[in-house]
Design a protein around this ligand. Structure first.
Ligand SMILES: [Zn+2]
Length: 197
């Protein structure tokens, strides 16, 4: 870890004293620069800046900005990325095909392990990732893919098949959704039989 890296990535904004929120969410956080001192970022972003999320957003409903407040810090000598999301996204209900709001508001926290052995230093319930597995960018700097990590958590929070709690209108119009009796896995039945023997 040299304190004077020879190659500095030229960033789009060289003056980092007063960066207006509208410059957008940083793609990466330089760990060389910030891992020791800590780093904070907050701002409001359009859901569509996350390209994998954008693919499943409803186009039938206006999307609102999501507020993000993030903090990179060390605890117990382990690097953590925590962030709070406030907002929701509109996806498509898989039952009635109308827009359905999915709440994202929550506190998220990921421990970023420099070595696998650090797993002993975090709580059992603590989510963690190995830094060597998430830093894939070829660069002289160690760059944490901040935006990607936030998007990953959003996608994890998002149900695979979003549905309204209540789609009564549609059920009345089109009748009950047929149960999937036919398509049941024959091996599942076998397994349950086996359990009884
Ligand atoms: Zn629905």
């Amino acid at each position: 870890m040299s304190s004077t890296p020879e190659t500095k990535l030229s960033e789009s904004h060289t003056d980092n004293k007063k960066v207006p929120v509208s410059t957008g969410m940083p793609e990466y956080i330089s760990l060389d620069k910030w891992a020791d001192t800590g780093y904070e970022w907050s701002g409001d972003v359009e859901p569509s800046i996350f390209k994998r999320l954008e693919a499943i957003l409803s186009t039938e409903h206006e999307q609102k900005e999501i507020s993000i407040s993030a903090n990179l810090y060390r605890h117990n000598n382990v690097l953590h990325l925590s962030f709070t999301l406030t907002g929701n996204v509109w996806l498509t209900c898989q039952r009635c095909l109308q827009p359905v709001a999915i709440e994202l508001s929550d506190d998220y926290n990921i421990a970023l392990l420099e070595q696998e052995s650090q797993v002993r230093l975090v709580d059992e319930e603590q989510d963690y990732l190995l830094l060597e597995e998430i830093i894939t960018e070829q660069s002289p700097e160690s760059l944490l893919p901040f935006k990607k990590l936030v998007e990953d958590e959003i996608l994890l929070k998002t149900p695979m098949a979003p549905k309204h709690d209540d789609c009564e209108m549609t059920v009345e119009q089109f009748g009950e959704i047929p149960e999937e009796e036919e398509s049941e896995n024959p091996f599942a039945a076998l397994a349950s039989l086996k359990g009884k023997l």
